[in-house]
Every structure is written in C-alpha cells, then in structure tokens.
Design a binder for this molecule. Structure first.
Ligand code: ATP
Ligand code: MG
Length: 611
C-alpha cells in the first residue's frame, strides 16, 4: 500500500525512464514534431539565429587574442581593422549583434515550444477524457497524471533548451577544434590527447554521484510519503494509538536517508579533488606548453589566449553531450508514452461544446434484452447473465439484490460506459448503437451511490447538470431537491466552496445536490443508485421527498437497499449473482413463500423493529 502510493504520488518527481534511440522511436517522435508545423516560420528563424549566434561566439577568442597581440604590434588577422581601438570597437559591435540575436532566438524558441506543447497537452487531455471507462480500469490516475505533467514537461524542456543546446554545442565543438588547429597544430594535438579522456572520466564519475544522490532523494520522498499518509489518516493513527509506531517508521527512514547521503559525501569529495587537480592541471599544462612555444617564438601571446579560450569551448561542449543525449533519450521515452494515449480509440464525442445538443429524443422506454456482461478487465467473472428487463416510459422499476450482484453494473450499461458482450440494450425499441452516444448520455441522469462533488461552488456543482442554466433555474432545482434550505444556511450560500478544499457536506446533503443536478438535466431516464450508508430518518425523509420530485414523469430505475423506499414501484426485479431470479410488484413478491425478496424484506423489517 505504502509503496503503491509512493510510486503514484511521486511519479512526477521521479527520474523519467530513458528510451532507446532508433529508427522506430525517431519515427514516433517525428509524429509529435508535427505539432511544430503551425509555428514553422518562427522555429526555423530561431534555428537560423541560433546558428548565427554560435558562429559569432567563435569569433570572440580571435578578437581577444588579436587585441593582446595588437598591444605588441602584431596584426595577424586580415578581417580585423589594423588598430587596437578599432579591434576593440569591432568586438563591441559584434557583442551587441550577438545580444540581439540571442534575445530573439530564446524568445522564439520558447514561444514555439510553449504553444505547440499547449496544443499537445490539450489534445492529450481531450483524448484522455473521451477514452472509454475501460481504459481507466487498467491504469492508475497518478500514472496518467504524470503523463500530462512530467512527460510533457520533459518534451517541453527538450524543445526549448536541449535541442538548441545540442546545435550550439555542436557548432562550438566542430568550429572550436577547427580553429584550434588553425592557431596551433602542436598544441591542439597535445590538448586532444588528454581532454577527451579526462572528460569521459568526469562524466562517468559525475553520473555515479548523481545516482547516489538520487537514491537519497528517493528515500527522502519515501519519508515524505509517510508524513503525508499519516497526516491524511491522522484520525486512524490516533484511534489506534499508533503515534509511536509511525514515528519509528519515519525515524528508520530518515536514518537511511542520512546513511546514503553520508556515503555519497566521500565520493563527492573525491570528485571535487579530481576536478581541482586534473582539470586545472590540464589547464596549467596547456599554458605551460604554450608558454614554451611562445618563448621559442613559435607562437604569439595573443594566440595563446585565443587557444586557451577555444579549448575551454571545446571542453565544455564535449562535457555537455552525455547529459544532452540522456535528456533526448528521456524526451523520446516521454513522447512514446504520450503518443500511446493519442493513438487510443476515444469515444465519439465532439471537441466543441456547441455540438453537444440532443439530436434524437428518447421517450424513456428502456430494455435489457438477454444481456450477458463481464468487465473487459476481468473476463473470467461473468457479472450479468441473461438479464432481460423492460421499463416503459414513465415507469418506476426497482432493482434489489445482495451486494456485488451487479446492480451498479446495470446502471453503467444504461449509461453506455460499457457494452454487453451479447444481447442488446434498447432505447424506445431501438438498439443503443443507433443513437449518438451523447444523445443517450444527455437523456439519462444518474444519482450515484457515492456522490462526488467537484472542487468549486455549490452553484457550479448543481449547474454541472446543465451548464447553460440560469440562476433562477439553479435555485428552483435546489428547492425541488430540498437542498435550498441548507444551502441558504451557509454564510456564502450558493457560492460556498465544496470539495476537497471547501466545506465538507454530509452524505444526505451531497445526495440532494446530486438530485438538484439531475433535476436540472431533466432526463427521460433516471437512475438512482441508492447510497448504502443509511441516513438518519430526518435526512432520509428530505432525500426521499427530493427523489419523489425527481422521479415525476420519467422512467426511473431505482437501485434500492432499503426496501421500504420501493413499495410503490411498478416493478421490482431481484438480482442475484448477475441473474434476475424474481420480478413483480411488491405485493406479488412478498407473497412468495420461498422468495429472496420476501426474505430480505423480513430481515430489514426485523432489524428496524429491533432498533
Ligand atoms: N470496474 C469494474 N471492473 C471489474 N469488475 C467490477 C467493476 N465494477 C464492479 N465489478 C465487479 O462486478 C460485480 C458487480 O458489481 P456491482 O458494483 O454491479 O455490484 P452492486 O450490485 O452494485 O453492489 P452494491 O450493492 O454493493 O453496490 C462485483 O463482483 C464487482 O467486483
Ligand atoms: Mg452498487
């Protein structure tokens, strides 16, 4: 449990896995790159400016060297003016140009990346919300969430920074080495003999250290999860007097964090010494050998300066490649995961809200015709078996039966969350698939077993049933749902914020909000999945009244736990292990000596008589 939570909770902080770079993965990524198309102009201009600014950067070492040589009367470069001050001024002009170019390159790259990423995010999110229910059965919300946050952020980083960096460093490295050779072949050979080895060593060692610090971070994240879990379940911790147990758990975790961090410290120390000694050692070595060349008259002082600066460029470029490469690998992995979602088959729902109008009216006749069903995620468990049920428009049909017998599953089938493997669902005698999916869902409303309110105001939560509703309609619905009174009791009334960060409503209050929401939707078919937790008799009366109001004039499927609430139903069906074993009116069913309904009723009557 703790582990599962840890993984899902910290998915966005975790290192993203890397993917192999090959033809297939590059092909995949190029599909995501098509999102850049609308911003092609800016992107290419950005690339061009990037290229220019990298080339200009290569000129500066030459200018600085030329300045120093000019001081000693040497004018080596034909492309620079032959006075010291003029060389300096050229340098400043170039700098100014460089500044302008850099500005636009950064701005354009970020604009392109932000806009195309927003497009990808939008598409991914829309795809996610239109995916069929079954898709969600197999995945954790945390994982999906991390695709939208962590994976897309990785792609964004790569587009804004990594990509540009790769180009810049490539230009600097290739250009730098070429110019090194131009300045001094001898010195270049000397540098190239040592530099790559040193850099490779530094990179590998650096990775090892990072791995250690990541372990420490993971451990720390784990201890944060302990804090989060215990605080969320603080009532449980206290009720079971497990404060000391939790504190011990936390303490053990912290010790691990410290021991990993301490182990890493030694390697960090070695790394620091290595950098100081070897890197700067190379530096001293180059200057030493260069000075020897200068003293022999084989090289100018300015050239040595130029040379040192190019070596720094080349060294930095070489050192940056492994990281850049790793980043690209991660971005490719991220792209593949995002593309996976984009490639899924969504439900046929339009992206425009204005398309959401009812095209085909449903009167409210509902039929289950020999329906067999199992959840796609659990094919071995047959949930509904040969279920046949007919509700005529305006009728009240109750479904009763033991827990797990398949009642909520029948509601899910009416809403077209799933489709039967055999048999058909009919609306007004027509098969469900002859209607647009949205037509069915727009004319069926459900008051679910556990009402979930969105974070937001009560008004917004009621209006979720009909987003075009006026203030008057919302209040009217709340009144009819017996909710107006308690809502007006809050100081902020309909603006009261509910949900995770807001006021906690009681079960009965939440249900009445759900009823108001359903009333506002004004469906032809209504499904009531009665809450299992019983309400006190006063709220039960209020909820019951609200339900009666809601059921007027429409087909109602009532999934009932308290059998007292369904005496008036036109038909009662008794479901057991996915099969309808009895059906009839209350009087008919209660008359059956051996019937399950009679047995269940007696049980409830007995317990209510005792209490
Ligand atoms: N999303 C799902 N994926 C796989 N199996 C499911 C899913 N939802 C429910 N089931 C299984 O289907 C069976 C019927 O569940 P259902 O929720 O329809 O029962 P119910 O009659 O509504 O029970 P209750 O009275 O407790 O609400 C159960 O065995 C349950 O484990
Ligand atoms: Mg249920």
């Amino acid at each position: 449990m703790a582990r599962a939570r840890l993984n899902s909770g910290n998915a966005s902080e975790k290192e993203l896995p890397k993917a192999k770079i090959n033809k297939q993965s590059l092909q995949n990524v190029s599909r995501l790159l098509s999102y850049l198309k609308p911003y092609k102009g800016k992107f290419i201009a950005g690339l061009l400016f990037l290229f220019i600014s990298s080339l200009v950067a290569l000129v500066f070492p030459a200018i600085l060297g030329a300045l120093i040589d000019a001081a000693q009367g040497n004018y080596k470069y034909k492309f620079l003016p032959p006075t010291l001050n003029a060389i300096a001024i050229t340098g400043f002009f170039l700098l100014a140009g460089q500044a302008v170019v850099s500005f636009f390159r950064v701005v354009w790259f970020v604009q392109v990346a932000e806009k195309s990423l927003a497009d990808i995010r939008r598409d991914t999110y829309f795809k996610l919300v239109t995916l069929p229910m079954n898709f969600f059965a197999n995945r954790r919300v945390g994982e999906l969430n991390s695709r939208i946050s962590a994976d897309l952020s990785q792609i964004q980083d790569t587009l804004t920074t990594t990509f540009a960096e790769v180009i810049r460093q490539l230009v600097l490295m290739v250009g730098g080495i070429t110019l090194l050779v131009v300045v001094s072949i001898k010195l270049t050979l000397a540098v190239l003999a040592v530099l790559p080895v040193l850099i490779a060593f530094a990179v590998i060692f650096g990775r090892f250290i990072r791995k250690l610090s990541r372990q420490a971070q993971d451990k720390l994240a784990e201890s944060n999860t302990i804090v989060e879990e215990t605080l969320q379940g603080i009532a449980n911790v206290k009720a079971f007097v497990n404060e000391a147990f939790e504190a011990g758990r936390y303490d053990r975790n912290l010790r691990d964090v410290v021991s990993i961090a301490v182990k890493g410290a030694k390697f960090r120390g070695i790394f620091a010494s290595f950098i100081v000694f070897c890197m700067f050692g190379t530096f001293v070595g180059v200057i030493w050998y260069g000075s020897v060349l200068v003293s022999r008259g084989e090289m100018h002082t300015g050239d040595l300066t130029t040379f040192i600066m190019y070596s720094i460029f080349v060294g930095a470029a070489m050192g940056s490649f492994p990281d850049l490469y790793a980043n690209i690998q991660k971005a490719i992995g991220a792209s593949e995961r995002v593309l996976e979602i984009l490639a899924e088959q969504g439900e046929p729902i339009s992206i425009r809200e204005s398309d959401n109008v009812i095209k085909q009216r449903i009167q409210g006749n509902l039929t289950f015709n020999h329906v067999d069903f199992h959840y796609p995620s659990r094919p071995e468990i047959e949930v509904l078996k040969d279920v046949t049920l007919n509700a005529r428009a305006g009728q009240k049909v109750a479904i009763v039966g033991p827990s797990g017998s398949g009642k909520s599953t029948m509601a899910a089938l009416v809403l077209q969350f799933y489709h039967p493997q055999s048999g058909t669902m009919l609306f007004d005698g027509q098969p469900a698939d002859s209607y647009a999916l949205t037509d069915i869902r727009n004319q069926v409303a459900i008051v679910p077993q556990d009402v979930l309110l969105f974070g937001g105001s009560i008004r917004e939560n009621i209006a979720y049933g009909k987003r075009s509703a006026t203030e008057e309609e919302i209040m009217q619905a709340a009144r009819r749902a017996n909710a107006h009174q308690f809502i007006s009791g809050f100081p902020e009334g309909y603006d009261t914020i509910v949900g995770e960060r807001g006021v906690k409503l009681s079960g009965g209050q939440r249900q009445r909000i759900a009823i108001a929401r359903a009333l506002l939707k004004n469906p032809s078919i209504l499904i009531l999945d009665e809450a299992t937790s019983s309400l006190d008799s006063e709220s039960e009366r209020l909820v019951q009244e609200a339900l009666e109001e809601l059921m007027k004039g429409r087909t109602s499927i009532i999934i009932a736990h308290r059998l007292s609430t369904i005496r008036e139903a036109d038909k009662i069906v008794v479901l057991e292990k996915g099969r309808i074993i009895e059906s009839g009116t209350h009087d008919e069913l209660i008359g059956r000596e051996e019937g399950l309904y009679r047995y269940l009723s007696q049980l409830q009557f007995d317990t209510s008589a005792q209490t």
